[in-house]
Design a protein. Structure first.
Length: 216
């Protein structure tokens, strides 16, 4: 979720860089994709199973629901892989900014912007709410900004020149660096987090509350 970065009167050196992130050959991203796919498929299958249990309660219907979930998941993943390989050519141009206020990540790849805009338009014209929603979400997430007060820890992946910035329960931004600036960026992140250690906003995971609300 994007949020405005607060101003600060003590300016530190600003770090800014652009990088083409490989979407299908970056191990950290592949792990994120796998986790998201399993989570979404599991939730969808569980919800469909719940609907069957409160409906006709037939065991074969439950199997059909999980079969439908699997087919839908494979179709969505296949479409995503095709779009990433053909439309984006396995590259996404990203821009990162680090200053005294926080971290900003923005997508500067025009191909991705055109693709998300096209999804919104085609979805609206065809009445496909899923396509429209996916396009709107992609456009909304084209820029993400987090203040240092909302960051708690960082995981450093020197092998992949990447840094995972986390709040109290999940990764919120993945910083992909170049081999030349990774050490400088890692040192800056460590310095900023150390300076605010103990004052960062600790937030509990909302997943349990959301699942309870869904069941109710």
């Amino acid at each position: 979720m994007s949020e405005p970065l607060p101003s600060d009167s003590t300016a530190l050196p600003r770090l800014e860089w652009r990088i083409d992130v490989p979407l299908l050959t970056q191990p950290l991203l592949l792990l994120v994709y796998a986790k998201a796919t399993v989570l979404v498929a599991s939730i969808m299958g569980a919800l469909l199973t719940f609907l069957v249990l409160v409906g006709d309660r037939r065991a074969d219907s439950i199997a059909d629901m999980w079969r439908l979930t699997g087919i839908s998941t494979v179709a969505v993943v296949g479409l995503g892989l095709f779009s990433t390989a053909v439309v984006l050519r396995n590259r996404l141009a990203m821009r990162y900014v680090i200053d005294e206020r926080g971290v900003e990540q923005s997508m500067v790849d025009r191909r991705a912007a055109v693709a998300s805009g096209t999804a919104v338009v085609l979805g609206a014209l065809s009445g496909n709410a899923a396509a429209t929603g996916a396009g709107l979400v992609a456009r909304a997430r084209s820029r993400t900004a987090m203040s240092w007060s909302n960051l708690v820890t960082a995981r450093y992946h020197s092998r992949h020149n990447a840094i995972a910035l986390r709040n109290s329960w999940r990764t919120v931004i993945l910083l992909f660096c170049t081999p030349q600036n990774y050490a400088e960026v890692a040192a800056r992140v460590e310095r900023e987090l150390a300076a605010r250690r103990g004052s960062s906003r600790m937030r509990r995971s909302p997943i349990l509350g959301l699942l309870l609300r869904t069941v109710l």
